[in-house]
Design a protein around this ligand. Structure first.
Ligand code: FAD
Ligand code: ZN
Length: 466
């Protein structure tokens, strides 16, 4: 019996796709990677996932797990060989339960992030993970990439929001680690091994997630500034004044908002163009008026200290959404402008201005007229430092001919400032070679030993990460 026939017998013929338009599964969000799957398999339960993994192991077929296919590093689609089975988790989409007293929610891996946020909100609680892809990315994908997003400053990344996992191992066994425990020191932390492993160690089928109380009020503001040094100083002031109530601190350079202005002219930008614009968000435990007073006081001090040139405070929810929408439109605006060379880097917050100054200068020298789309989560020391071709140069040719050189410049500068070449998007296929060159040999040896122990036959998402 062929593997395809076996899989049909295990999970139903309707859920094993081998014909028709499979581009939704085979092409990535950035349209940089297009593969061809031996079959697209859509199991409907943990037991079915385990059965699929066992059948693939017996047939010596490799597997690529996929959630919402919004990943940005080429790890969620099959390669071009036509031999990899694409395992979609989308049908595992139940919220299994909420424990209000324990502040936890247990969801299956294929649950869309936005629906998990909604389920928490309906219970009067908050699941704070938030990113622009939340309408289509899944909890399994968020954990497999240890996603960050816009609330990390206060609530941490996906890893910090996860207490337990259920995983199907490379052998097809089910590990039930769905604990809601906040303290558990019984040996090695298996959960933390699978989080951020990009589908290379096992398949996450469910997770127990940490919830938080819903804040009483949220306030949002934009401020324009002349320099990144001022932005870092403003962050320090905001942390000192607002403490844990500061939940978002995003930065956008002039060119990133110019791209939004060009490609989304219908979006109002409340402040005049400036070298840097910061978006601040405060989540207050008391009330709307308390929040507004505190925010106004903060901005007043910032003006007095000469940190900001202009500021706009959202006076209602709609205006707040519009401010966030500006920030979240940057990735789309740059893809409308054409392919670009993306970097997702982190350095200590204190070194952000020096990093940007030296990377900008080195790139301007190497690529006269280069355009830099520089934005991101300044509060976490994480920038999306993206390099767009000079005007008049075809983006495709620029990417093809200059990507290697540009990456070298940016990553050498990152290394010189004690940073990381992937703050939140992961390694995937895109940065595999860079990782092999730049991670310490000892760290790589330990990572390979873990891979060998958990997936000795190399069947889980081969060619990614290591
Ligand atoms: P996929 O793209 O399907 O998969 C991503 C990786 O996880 C692949 O390696 C895949 O094999 C693996 N995987 C998926 N599901 C499972 C599973 N159940 N078990 C094991 N492995 C699995 N990322 C951020 O961190 N912060 C951001 O702010 C952010 N913003 C984004 C904005 C946009 C517009 C887009 C398109 C992407 C953004 N991303 C961001 C990247 C991406 O959305 C996240 O990494 C997201 O967490 C991926 O989830 P997914 O379900 O789409 O996973
Ligand atoms: Zn981001």
């Amino acid at each position: 019996m062929s593997l395809e026939e076996r899989l049909r017998g295990l999970i139903g013929a309707a859920h094993v796709l081998t014909e028709g338009d499979l581009s939704a599964y085979e092409q990535d969000w950035r349209r940089r990677w297009r593969g061809h799957a031996r079959a697209v398999v859509r199991p409907g339960s943990t037991a079915e996932v385990a059965a699929v993994v066992r059948a693939c192991a017996e047939a010596r077929a490799t597997l690529v797990p996929q959630g919402g296919n919004t990943g940005l590093v080429g790890a969620s689609v099959p390669d071009g060989s036509g031999t990899q089975v694409l395992l979609s988790l989308q049908r595992l989409n139940r919220v299994r339960g909420i424990d209000r007293a324990n502040l936890t929610l247990t969801a299956e891996a294929g649950c869309i992030l936005q629906l998990v946020q909604q389920a928490a909100r309906e219970a009067g609680l908050l699941f704070p993970l938030s990113l622009a892809a939340e309408g289509s990315c899944t909890i399994g994908g968020n954990l497999a990439t240890n996603a960050g997003g816009t609330q990390v400053l206060r609530y941490g990344n996906a890893r910090e929001l996860c207490l337990g996992l259920e995983v199907v191992t490379a052998e097809g066994e089910v590990w039930d680690g769905l604990s809601g425990l906040r303290k558990d020191n019984t040996g090695y932390d298996l959960r933390d091994l699978f989080i951020g492993s990009e589908g290379t160690l096992g398949i996450i089928t469910a997770a127990t997630l940490k919830l938080h109380p819903l804040p009483a009020a949220r306030t949002t503001a934009l401020a324009t500034l002349g320099t990144l040094e001022q932005a870092v100083a403003l962050l320090g002031l905001a942390q000192q004044r607002l403490g844990a109530a500061l939940t978002g601190f995003e930065v956008m350079n002039g060119f990133s908002l110019e791209l939004v202005r060009t490609h989304f002219p219908q979006l109002t930008q409340p402040l005049a163009p400036a070298p840097w614009t910061v978006l601040l968000e405060q989540s207050d435990e008391e009330s709307e008026s308390h929040a507004t007073l505190r925010f106004e006081a903060l901005l007043e001090s910032a003006f007095e200290q000469g940190l900001v040139d202009d500021a706009a405070l959202a006076s209602n929810l709609e205006q707040a959404h519009a401010m966030w929408h500006l920030r979240e439109s940057i990735p789309l605006a740059q893809s409308q402008e054409g392919l670009n060379i993306k970097h997702d880097i982190s350095v200590p917050v204190s070194r952000i201005p020096a990093f940007v100054a030296s990377a900008d200068a080195a790139l301007a020298l190497a690529v006269p007229g280069v355009r830099l789309v520089d934005f991101g989560h300044l509060g976490d020391g994480n920038l999306h430092y993206n390099v767009q071709a000079p005007v008049g140069l075809a983006p495709e040719a620029f990417l093809r001919e200059r990507e290697h050189e540009v990456n070298g410049i940016v990553y050498d500068t990152v290394a010189a400032h004690g940073g990381s070449i992937s703050a939140e998007h992961g390694i995937g296929a895109l940065k595999r070679e860079e990782l092999a060159q730049r991670k310490s040999p000892v760290a790589l040896k330990l990572m390979r030993a873990i891979k060998q122990a958990l997936d000795p036959h190399g069947r889980m998402n081969p060619g990614r990460v290591l």
